[in-house]
Design a protein around this ligand. Structure first.
Ligand code: SF4
Length: 226
C-alpha cells in the first residue's frame, strides 16, 4: 500500500472527536474536492510503499488503541481489508474515513465515518468538475455502507444554502438514523472555522443534527500531521 503519512494525534472529527488516535493516511482520491485540505495525498504515488505488516508495526509504536485510516480515499485501495483485519487482530479500534464512493464488504472495522460530498465541493476547473460530479454521490454505495457497517454521516457545509441539499440526500437514501448525522463547517483555517461555527450550530439546532467539531483546525490550524 502507498502510505502518505502515519502520525499520532487526536481524532478531530465525528463522534470520537478528542480521542487520541493514530492516523494512517493512504494516497489517491479521484474526487478533487474544491476545498480539500489533504490535496498532498491525491496522487497515487504521493507516499512510500509499505506492506500491511509494516503499517501495523508503525502504528504500534504509540500506546493507543484507536486507529483512523484516512486519505485520500482509503476505500479505493484493494489491500484495505487485509490492513483492517491485521489492525483488529492487534486489538485496535478501527475507523475508516471515506467519502462513501466505493463499497467493500466484510471488513471488521468498528466505524465507517462517511462524508458524502455536496455540490459545494465541486472543483473550479471543468475537467475535474465533470469527474467529481460523476463520482461524488453514489446512493447505492452509501446504502451498502450504512446497511453493513456501524456508521456516522458527516456533511461539510459552506453556507445555510447547503441544508436543503443534505435533507434531500438523506431522504433519497431512506432509513438513515438522524442521530448519526452531523454537520461540520467548511473551514481551512481556525479563523474561518470560528466565523462559520455559530452559523452551522444554528443549523444543527434547526434540523436536529449534531454539530461536528474539527479539532485539527481549531487546535492546530490545519497543520499537516495533526
Ligand atoms: S473526498 Fe476527501 S480526500 Fe478526496 S478530494 Fe474530497 S475532501 Fe479531499
Amino acid at each position: 500500500m502507498i502510505v502518505n503519512e502515519i502520525f499520532y494525534s487526536l481524532q478531530g472529527e465525528g463522534f470520537l472527536a478528542g480521542v487520541p488516535s493514530v492516523f494512517v493516511r493512504l494516497t489517491g482520491c479521484p474526487l478533487r474536492c474544491r476545498w480539500c485540505d489533504t490535496k498532498y495525498a491525491w496522487p497515487k504515488q504521493a507516499g512510500r510503499q509499505y506492506s500491511v505488516t509494516e503499517i501495523v508495526e508503525q502504528v504500534q509504536q504509540w500506546p493507543c488503541r484507536f486507529v483512523v485510516i484516512t486519505g485520500g480515499e482509503p476505500m479505493i485501495n484493494s489491500d484495505l481489508p487485509q490492513l483492517v483485519r491485521q489492525l483488529k487482530a492487534a486489538g485496535k479500534h478501527v475507523t475508516i474515513e471515506t467519502a462513501g464512493i466505493a463499497y467493500t464488504p466484510d471488513m471488521p472495522c468498528d466505524l465507517m465515518s462517511i462524508s458524502p460530498k455536496l455540490s459545494n465541493s465541486v472543483p473550479d476547473d471543468a475537467k475535474s468538475a465533470a469527474m467529481h460530479e460523476a463520482a461524488r454521490l453514489d446512493l447505492a454505495v452509501l446504502r451498502e455502507l450504512i446497511d453493513n457497517y456501524d456508521y456516522q454521516l458527516k456533511f461539510v457545509l459552506d453556507s445555510q444554502a447547503d441544508l436543503p441539499e443534505i435533507e434531500t440526500t438523506i431522504e433519497k437514501l431512506g432509513n438513515v438514523d438522524r442521530d448519526k448525522v452531523m454537520l461540520m463547517p467548511q473551514a481551512a483555517t481556525r479563523d474561518e472555522l470560528l466565523a462559520k461555527s455559530p452559523i452551522v450550530a444554528d443549523m444543527c439546532k434547526q434540523a436536529g443534527f449534531a454539530f461536528g467539531q474539527r479539532l485539527q483546525v481549531l487546535l492546530w490550524n490545519n497543520q499537516r500531521g495533526t
